[in-house]
Every structure is written in C-alpha cells, then in structure tokens.
Design a protein. Sequence first.
Lengths: 533, 377, 279
Amino acid sequence: MRMLPRFLSGLLCLCLLLGLPLAAQAQDDPGQALLDPLDTASYADKGEAIEAIIASGDARSRRWLEALLGGKLQRHKDTGRFVVVVENRGRSWPVVDALSFEDAGEMSRRELDRIGINNALRGQLQGALAVLDLHADEVRERREAARALLGDVDASLAEPLRAVIDGEEDAEVRRLLEQALAIHRLEEGEAEAVDALAGSLNSRVRSALNAASRSEDPELAAAATSALADIEQKMKLNRGLETLYFGLSLGSVLVLAAIGLAITFGVMGVINMAHGELIMLGAYTTWAMQQLLPGQPGLALLLAIPAGFLVAALAGVAIERGVIQFLKGRPLETLLATFGVSLILQQLVRTVISPQNRTVVSPEWMSGSLMLNEGLSLTLNRLYVLGFALVVFAGLMLVMRRTRLGLEVRAVTQNRAMARAMGIRATRVDILTFALGAGVAGLAGVALSQLTNVGPNLGQSYIIDSFMVVVFGGVGNLWGTLVAGLSLGVINQVLEPWAGAVLAKIVVLVFIILFIQKRPRGLFPQKGRAAEG
Amino acid sequence: MWLTRPFSERSTRLFLGILLAALALVTLLNLAVPAGHPLHVSTYTVTLLGKYLSYALLAVAVDLVWGYLGILSLGHGAFFALGGYAMGMYLMRQIGDRGVYGDPVLPDFMVFLDWDSLPWYWLGFDMPWFAFPMVLLAPGLLALVFGFLAFRSRVTGVYLSIITQAMTFALMLAFFRNEMGFGGNNGLTDFRELLGFDLRSDATRLGLFLATGIALALGYVLCRAIVASKLGRVSVACRDAEARTRFLGYRVERFQLFVFVVSAMLAGVAGALYVPQVGIINPSEFSPIFSIEVVLWVALGGRATLYGAVIGALLVNYAKTVFTGVMPDAWLFALGGMFVLVTVFLPRGIAGLLGQRPRRRASHAQTSQPTAGESAA
Amino acid sequence: MSILRSLADRERVFDFLVPAQSPVDVRHGPILYLEDVSVSFDGFKAIDALDLTIDDGELRCIIGPNGAGKTTMMDIITGKTRPDSGSVWFGSRHDLLTLNEPEIASLGIGRKFQKPTVFEALTVFENLELAMAADKRVLPTLTARLTGEGRDRIEEVLATIGLVELRHGPAGILSHGQKQWLEIGMLLMQRPRLLLVDEPVAGMTEQEMERTAELLTGLAGKGKQSVVVVEHDMGFVRSIARTVTVLHQGSVLAEGSMDRVSNDPKVIEVYLGAEEEAA
C-alpha cells in the first residue's frame, strides 16, 4: 500500500505506453499480463497484482476490480481464460470474457475457479476503487467519488488521498477530500480536524461529529458539539427553505389549477364543476403528444402546451355552448349541469383510453435537481412548473388588462346590458372568456402531467382545492388567486410535518371554511355598492 | 296544532296513502306469497327497497333546504353518514365478544390496531337510549355549528354550496384515518343484531324495511308541516328575496339555521336506517360525489314538492341498480347525462311534468325554483 | 337546540318589545336625526358630512341627481351600510348604528326598495301576512296561527292599497304599479313609525301615479307615520311634497318648500338646470 503513490505518479507514463499495443490480439493484450498474477495462492502477491492493475491505468481496471470484489472474476480451469460471471445462479452461469467483455456463453460452475480474496484485500479493493474514481476525467464524477469517500477513509487511504488532493484542480473535490480526511483525523482524536468540517451538512460528517462530541477528550467533545450546533442551525434554515420551496411548488400547482376557475367563476359568475376534467384533458393531451412523438419527450411536452390549451379551450366552448348558455343567471343549476359534464368526461376517458393511470415521461432537462448546497436541492420539474405558473399568470394578467378582450370581459362583467348597448357582443365575450378559462385549465394539466400520474381522477382531486383558492383569494380577483394559492400551498407544507398530510389538508379546509365565515368575500374583496348585490 | 295541518292537504293524504299501501303490498307479497311464485318479493328485494326508502328520506331532507330555503347543500351526505356512524357504533358494540378477536368490549378493528381501551367518544354507544338520540344529535350539532357560522356571516348561494362540499370532503379525509377510531377505510361492519333482533333474519329485514317506510312517512309529514306553517312561507321568502325578508324583521339566519338543522337530523335518521340494511358504513358516504348525487335525485323528481324528492330518489336508485348490473360502464354516462338534461330541459323535474296545477316561476333574483304553491291560508 | 337559543333570545329581545307600539321617544321633536354622517367606497365619498332631521308625522321628499347618495343614505338608516363616521338616531333613544337590519326593522323603520321586491312565489295575502307585526322569532313563527284580528288588519290594508280582488293570486303576476302598492302595503302591515320609500312611481302610468300620491299623503300625519320619499319625478314630488331636501354629492344642498328650493340658484345649477338642459 505504501507503494501506491509511486504507482500513481507513474500513471502518465503507463497511459502513454498503453496507447500503442491496443490493436494487438487477445493473447497480446496487456490485460492478460495484468490478470495473470492474480491467480496465485498468496494474498500478498494478489495485493501487489491489484496495485499493478491500478497503476496500469487500464480502462478496464474498474470492472476487473469490481468483479474481483464481488467474487465474479473467475478463471476457466482448462483454458486458463479469465471470465466475469454475469449471474451466479443455477448450475451453469452466463459469463463474459474478462478482456473483451464480450459474451462468452455459459460455463458450468465446476469448470471455473474463483479468484479468492480476504478481508484485507477487500479493504484494499474498496479504497482502490474509490481512489480510481478520483482520477476520472469528468469533474462531476470526481466530486461524486470524493463525496462517497466521506466517512470511509481509513489509515491505509489517508496517505494516497493527500497525494490526490495535491494533484486535484477542482476546489470542490479538494474540499470534499479534506473533509473526508478530517473525519479520519477526528476519529483519531484530532480536535483541530473539526475546523475542516464546520458548516458541512453531509450526514456522514454529522455522524462523525456526533461520535466525536461523545468523546472522552473534553477539548474534542466541545469543539465537535459547537460545530454540530452550527450545522444544526444551518440545517434548520435549509429545512425552512425546503418547506417553503415545496409549499410554493404546491401553491403554484394550486394557482395553475385555480386561475382558470378564477376567470370563469370570478369574472363570469359561472360555476364550472367540470374544470378539473379540463385539467385532466390537458394532461392527457401531453400524454397523447408523447405517444405521437416517441423518443422526443421534450419536444412533445413543448408542443403539448399549445395543444393542451387548444383541446381544453375547445372542450370549454362545447360546454359553454352546449350547457351553460341555457342556464344563464342560474348558478346553482350551472353547478349541477357542469358536474354532470365532469362525470361524462371522466367516464369517456376511462372508456376510450383506459381506467389505468398513464405515465408521462419527463424530458431530460426537467429531471434531476438544482443543488443549492449539501442539504438543499430543488427538483427541477417543480422549479419549471413554478416558473410556468408565474408565466401563465403574467400572461393572463396581460390579456385581462391590456387587450380588447380583457376590456370587453370586464365591461360585460360589470354591466352586461350597458356593454351590449355599447356594441359589445356579450355572447361572443362569454364564449371567449370561457374558452380562455378552460384553456388555462388545459395548461395546468400539461404542467401537472410532469408532477403526478395522469389518470381519469386527476381533475377530481383538484376541483375542491381550486374552488377553495378562488374563494379564499376573493372572487373576481386574479391577484387574490395568486396570493391565496401560494399561501395555501405553503401553509399546507408547514403543517404537514407535525400534522401529517391528511390532517394538514383537513386543517386547511377547516381554516378556509372558518375564514369565509369571517370574510365572506375573501382576502381581496371587491368593495362598494355594486359588490353588495 | 301545526303538526297536523298537512293532513288537511289532499296531496299529503295521497302521498301517505300510496306509501302505506306500497308498504303493505310488499309485506304481503313477501310473507303470504310462497317463494318461487312470480309475485313473491324476496327478502333481498325488500332490503333493497328499504335502502331506497332511506335514500328517499335523505332526498326529502335535501329538498326541504334546497327547495324551500334555496340553500343548495352539497354536504348532506355528511349528515347522513354521521347518523349512519352513530347507528354503526351501536351495532358494533352489540357484536360483543362474537368478533373475530373475541374481545368483549373492543371492536375488531381496534384490537387489530392494538388499542387497549375504547376511545371516550365510543362510551355509551352500547346503550340504545344513548346511541339512538346521537343519531339526531351528531348531525344536528354539526349542522348547528356549521350553519351558525355560515348563516351568521351571510354565506349563501354558490359559496355555501362550495363550503358544504368542502365540509363533507374534510370529514371524508378525517374518517379515512385509522387514528380517528371509526375503522378507517373499512368503516364499521360485520353487524349482528339490533335491539336483540338478528340482523340476518328475514323478519328483522322486513321490520327494518317497514320502519324505514314509516320514518319516511313521518319525515314527510314533518317537512310538510314546516312548509305549510308560516315558517315555511318565511323560508320561501328567504329563498326568493333574502334582504327583503330581513327588512321585514325576520332574522333570516335563524330561520335558515332552524330548517338546516331539522334537515340534517332527518338526514341522520335516514343514515341510521340505511346502515343496518346494507350492513356497512364507511367513509365513502362522505364523498362529495354522493352528496351531489342526492341533489340530482331531488332535481329530477322536482324541487320544492317533497314528493318529487321521493320519486327522484326511487327512480335514480332503481336505474342505478339496473344499470350497474347490466352495463356498469354506462352508469356514469347516464348519471352525468341526467344532470345535464334535467337542469337544462327539466328545471321543475318530473313533478313539474305531472303538472297537477299551473305553477309559475319566480322571475327575479337567481332563482327559478318552482313555487311553494301549497298555501295554507 | 333551537328552544334553548330562543330562550336565551327572549331576554335579549326583551328591551325593545314587539314593534307594534314602538317605544320611540319623539317628545323632543325629530323622529330621525342624522348628524355629520360620512361613508366612502374605495375612496369615493358617497355620503359626505350629511345632516338630516325628519320630524314626527312629516312627509319629506328627497331629490338629487344620480350619485347624490340617496340610496346609500337609506342603506345607512336601515343598517345595511355602516357609515365611516357620524351618528344616526331614531327618536332620542335609539342609536341606529348599534343595531342590525332586523332590529332596526322591528323598531319601526320600514323601507320600500327602488326595485319593487315582493315575494313573487307567495300570494298577495301571504305577502302581507309575513309583513304583519308579530312575534318574528323562529318557533313562534312555526306555530303561529292567523288570528281574526290579524285577518282584519290584512283586509284593511288590502283595501287601502286596492288589491282586494287579487288577494289570493301570486304576487308574481301583479303589474309593476301593483307590486309597488303591495310593497307599501307590506310596510303598513309592520305599523312603522318611519317609512322610507325609494322611487315609488318609477315606471308607473299616470293613473297609478295619482293613486300612489293619494296613498302616500294619506299615510303621513301626526301620530301616524313619518314618510321619506326619494324620487326623481319632479311632477310627482311637486304634487305631494311639503318639505323637500336636495342632496348633492353626499350632502344637503338645499332644504325647504318646493317653491323655495326650485328657485335656489345652486339647485338650479346642479339639478333642475341639468334637467331643463336635457329636456
């Protein structure tokens, strides 16, 4: 093990050497020369053979060492060929050639000899594998490897790691390795090591500090305890931020689901119980787009935005023309009729597509997460949905404030007869408003398909929440919907840890029921004589 | 006496006559006609009819608040379910040590959850004199508190509908939780006897059916009496012009509260009669979709007639039984279609089609309900 | 539960009794007294430091252009709107700002709305019955029976408003004018001390107007009702008015006899002048 740094420093030369004989045939493969020494009874010799493999820098070293560690590197008794067992169950095992990694058929377990290892070698192998990754070309992989080493450094690894740190360019990798070393030093009882660990949120760092804080050495224990307190503080902040993020994310979903309703309910006074099913249609449109464009989930998703809007808007127009226009001025009947429509739409999807949930794939650029620090990472899909919700909200505000349609909608809302007298075609405005509200529901569906399962019940689970958001925010007030949606989302997430998800939801519902009693017109009521009627 | 007033109305006598005749006929066909005879009504059918009748009582309760008070409650299923749970708790305690785990006090699901004693709110439910009043009090109290808060702040119209829906939704979520102590997902079931009568015996089942029919008759008369009283006319006044009623010096919110609580209690009774007949009560009775379906029964039968609610409940539930047997997938289409067709083309329901007398429409405000008509003056 | 509540209620309602003999103290003159009342909606001042006094038995007409605050003033008196500042007294004993709408109604202030609102689903007779001064708590209402005395009272009012033949017809089929009269009849059933009448002749025919003028002038008088009429129709106001108050931008512009206010240059400028221009 002491020789490892020498091998590592010789790495470059070997790499150069390796480039030349690659074209050679299997028996000339330098790999054969590297593997051969492994087949020996002496564990000491095997150790040297392993170090030779590491020093070789051969691209296959990693797979060899892993196979060796897993007991899967074996040698055929008769031919002496090295193979890697793919699966060691049953009598004959599928194997691949250890040099070419090509399929080598099946071999009986009796024909094979396992290259055995002992615990010392196992430790050596694990360390070696970790260090091996530290030489990867990709910075990201090196960071991963360094992070994996936290808490796994023992005396044998400490020395080589120092060498690696000196040669490392990336500051993050260096920091992580320093920490890994510091944990080791901490275990050895070095109180100064705490400094290198201060502020880290890694769970292994914390458990090391935890262990140290119970140490006999009062100096070490005190240092560790105070570092832990710092970390705890930082974690608290992180947890707060995380709750806020999840709350805002849930809130953005609520806003998306409710904002279309805010238009149809708030502006037109129409209760559309089928709103949830319009959301569902948007989600299914996304799914259908992905079926049409297999292998291009990203493009399908982008195309689904206009398509989802259009599908839901058309469905909305159909509902308005087919049902709602006959029920003008009868809000309770509208509620019942649109509920009927929602049942029909649900059953339609069940019959035509399937009662089962459909999976909508997330494109690559939406999966993964944005890591803000060790303890806090934001999942990208939620971040996108949050942004999308804000964009939709802003767009809707623009439409209502800046366009002719918005002006006409507001005019018809305030005084239908007068607006008609001034030449506004109220019927056309009704249709367009409803289409707009429905279309936005479709957009909500497209966004939701990235967060939850797409199924026939998707809309139903959002309808009550959406109504609550609109009523809470104050009917006819888009800003109110935004504030109400986001704050309800956050309230829900804040309550969840100590109340549980279901109870949190109940508490929120009860809160809104009580709130409406206190302020029947919501957070941002419309004032004045007109609003009294 | 205000309670006897409805008997002077022809429509009430007709309704009661038909109902009692039907009860007698079913009893006769069940008992006197031998099984296998085409006219025989099996006990299974009797119980099914009993279930329909309890639904009909629920529909009457909904019609009282919707038809005459103009309050569209989308949460009456909650009152129905609470009455049902009160009855279910009594029936659970009656099982005694005959449960799977044989615990003399704890119901099976509590033993399963490793509870070692009854929660306080289960105490007393082994005694009918405590449990049966709870059938009225539990939903009545919820309606009182909820209605007090809502009507005091003048929450009406669609707002009220939406928060009643939220109420039943919240209760559904709550009852789904095992920690609530109401059997969670599975609810209460495996009942054995009621007041010492074996629930599985044919005689008990016929008795429950008759009890439900009589409860429906009494509930109908009570609602009719309320509607025919001056209070009923004040209710109609609240429905059509709430502000105007207030200016006449009536405390609208108290009238609304009174009628709402009475209606909730009736719904509770309906639930309590429903549970021993179907043999189970679980949180699905709280689901918003059930409550809104009840409203459809009333709309289909015809609002503000009371007998329309009964007709609607019987028809829709019969259709549901037939449909779900023959082609289950089509049921939701049929139900959804009914919602649309009834509201758009049949605003006064079947009772409006029967059209015993020309009815006029209230042309102002947001209402288009058929009028209360039956004046007692 | 309701029994318990109505028991608790009994004590609360006790101090102002059943409204038939309203304990309004008018020994010191005015029956209605508004002082320095202001209210604004979203920054718009609907009523601005309004002072108004109505004497017992008086028939007062209030005129003013649209947006002068006439309806808002009515809303404040009947408790529908709460003013931002000022005080409103009914007689010298009742501070109306501490009472809610039904309480104010049972004190003896009746209001007729601009748009006639009668209960269209109920008959004319039932409309009057509901309006009748009676115990209006829940349980008494449930068990209430119409007494012979009550029936006589309803017949009397039916005769006053001229709807005797239509008594068992639904109010929904009445003509516009008849609805207005029914509404006045409903006010009379409450035996109010003060009647607030909002645009009683809007949309009426000439004959209906005359009939309404007769009705209103017959109602007002010492020991009977005080009547406040808000009206646009100048001819009508001229035919009934003894004292006229002109409102403008939420406060009193002028007050006095019809002749005096119609010669007031300020009034001519903001109101009558505008009308003549329009005409």
